[in-house]
Design a protein around this ligand. Structure first.
Ligand code: NAD
Length: 496
């Protein structure tokens, strides 16, 4: 059985010591092992990144961009193989994996524009004969720590921009599905990155702690669950590092009485159950305003869900695949059990799906739960499974209050035909990414991605323009070339 190692200083590194099983969640079988890097191995990767930094920092941005163009081309050339690797270890259906990769590639495209993005700011004659400019310098060695649910896309949110800005990078992917991540990093290498500019260490807490504590690491980008995001942010910032830590979510859609219910049901189905609900932007709560809207939503959704196909990743006819592990499947089932015990109405029950030929896969079918109330466990916590909750409220204000009171603030959406209601909603709701009749308002690569409240710790969002700011440090230079006459008249106060 293969054991996946690391990528350090441009070459595969087998590593030694602890390993962890990697599953094929569609079959429930162990497909391989991943090496869990110890402190010394992570330090080796940091040292490689540190050594590569001076030359990379001084490489012209246009040359760095040219490597990104080649990288984009290689990602497109190898898309099918990447989608297969994602599906095999994550379980998402190949068409969904291709979609994930495409969103990742868009971040590489954005990084191709780095010479333009790094032009800086310039002011002539800020005083007599004085010019002033701000330039955006790279930070040095930067680390990224990524979750299992987007093994291709989330790392691509990070290192293309970090590297294009002149930093060197150490990536610690999820240990649950690391193969596609490593494969993609090797394509970046093939595109022309010098050794040490991008390093990948597989591992768990030991590897992460080493990155957080090492003084050579200047900044940390993290994406994962909120409890870990908070710990990472606290530890990295107390060590003096710049940190952005994106966490979990509970994304609500308000369904107004005037909404086009067929459209709502169609778009909610994809947004709630796509990728088995293992998306930080999955729409997991529908807040129906009024019983008429709620009844129509539940009836139509129930009918629509009869057509949902759950199954193995390799069958393109399936809508979504298994959950990532048996333990996670049990956790999701536990949330559905708790909803039932606490008095909610299980309208469609996906706890025991029959998937012919893949009986040991980690499957949960699409589940619809009505009459959920805010104190229920299934409402308070992020389920991260193919489960859609329906909460019934009496007014739009009540719906908005519910969303504002939730600890998470990643994404949200309103379904309505009323422009004024939509405008009021987007203006006032305490959530970072808002959709108006768009259930998954994931920003494109030339905007930035970030939630509010406990969905993001730090000041800057991921990718896009915020990434330029996160991965660079502003330096402002004020310049004068004095004449001999000026040198004779020293000034001791600010000019008035
Ligand atoms: P996770 O928090 O378990 O793991 C994320 C990363 O942290 C992994 O690389 C893991 O190895 C590492 N890690 C785990 N425990 C650690 C510990 N104790 N100390 C140090 N490092 C540790 O998250 P996950 O289960 O891989 O991913 C799913 C979660 O990620 C969900 O909560 C989802 O909402 C969130 N997510 C958020 C976004 C976003 O943009 N906000 C995007 C994708 C996923």
């Amino acid at each position: 059985m293969p054991t996946l190692g690391h990528l350090i200083n441009g070459t595969r590194h087998d590593g030694k010591g602890r390993t962890q099983d990697i599953f094929n969640p569609s079959t429930g079988e162990v497909a391989g092992q991943v090496r869990l890097a110890d402190k010394a191995t992570v330090e080796e990767a940091i040292a490689a990144a540190q050594a590569a930094y001076p030359a990379w920092r001084n490489t012209p941005p246009a040359k760095r961009a040219r490597i990104m163009y080649r990288f984009k081309h290689l990602l497109e050339q190898h898309a099918e193989e990447i989608a297969r690797l994602i599906g095999q270890e994550h379980g998402k259906i190949c068409h969904d994996a291709m979609g994930e990769l495409q969103r990742g590639i868009e971040n590489v495209e954005y990084a191709c524009g780095v010479p333009e993005l790094l032009k800086g700011e310039y002011s002539k004659n800020t005083g007599p004969g004085i010019d002033s400019w701000s330039e955006f310098q790279p930070l040095g060695v930067v680390a990224g720590i990524t979750p299992f649910n987007f093994p291709a896309m989330v790392p691509l949110w990070m290192y293309p921009m970090a590297i294009a800005c002149g930093n060197t990078f150490v990536l610690k992917p999820s240990e649950r599905d690391p193969t596609s991540t490593l494969y993609i990093a090797e394509l970046a290498q093939e595109a022309g990155l010098p050794p040490g500019v991008l390093n990948v260490v597989n591992g768990d807490k030991e590897a992460v702690d080493t990155l957080l504590d090492d003084p050579r690491v200047q900044a940390v980008s993290f994406v994962g669950s909120t409890p870990i995001a908070e710990t990472i942010y606290t530890r990295a910032s107390s060590n003096g590092k710049r940190c952005q830590a994106l966490g979990g979510a509970k994304n609500h859609a308000i369904v107004m009485p005037d909404a086009d219910m067929d459209y709502v049901v169609n778009s909610l189905t994809g947004a709630a159950f796509g990728s088995s609900g293992e998306r930080c932007m999955a729409l997991s709560v529908a807040v129906a305003v009024g019983d008429t809207a709620a009844n129509a939503l539940v009836d139509k959704m129930k009918t629509q869900m009869e057509t949902l196909k759950v199954g193995v990743f390799s069958d393109e006819a399936n809508d979504f695949g298994p959950l990532i592990t048996g333990a996670h499947r049990d956790k999701v089932v536990g949330f559905i059990d708790s909803a039932e015990t606490q008095g909610a109405d299980i309208v469609v029950d996906g706890r025991r799906p029959r998937v012919e030929g893949a009986e040991n896969g980690f499957f949960v079918g699409g589940t619809l739960i009505d009459r959920v109330t805010p104190e229920m466990t299934c409402y308070r916590e992020e389920i991260f499974g193919p489960v859609l909750l329906v909460v019934r409220v009496g007014s739009m204000d009540e719906a908005m209050q519910l969303i504002d009171d939730h600890e998470y603030g990643n994404g949200t959406c309103i379904y309505t035909r009323d422009g004024e209601a939509a405008r009021y909603f987007s203006d006032n709701i305490q959530v970072g990414m808002v959709g108006i009749n768009v259930p998954l308002p994931v920003p494109v690569s030339y905007h930035s991605f970030g939630g509010w409240k406990r969905s993001l710790f730090g000041d800057l969002s991921a990718y896009g323009p915020d990434a330029v700011r996160f991965y660079t440090r502003r330096k402002t230079i004020t310049q004068r070339w004095p004449s001999a006459g000026v040198r004779e008249s020293a000034q001791f106060s600010f000019p008035s």
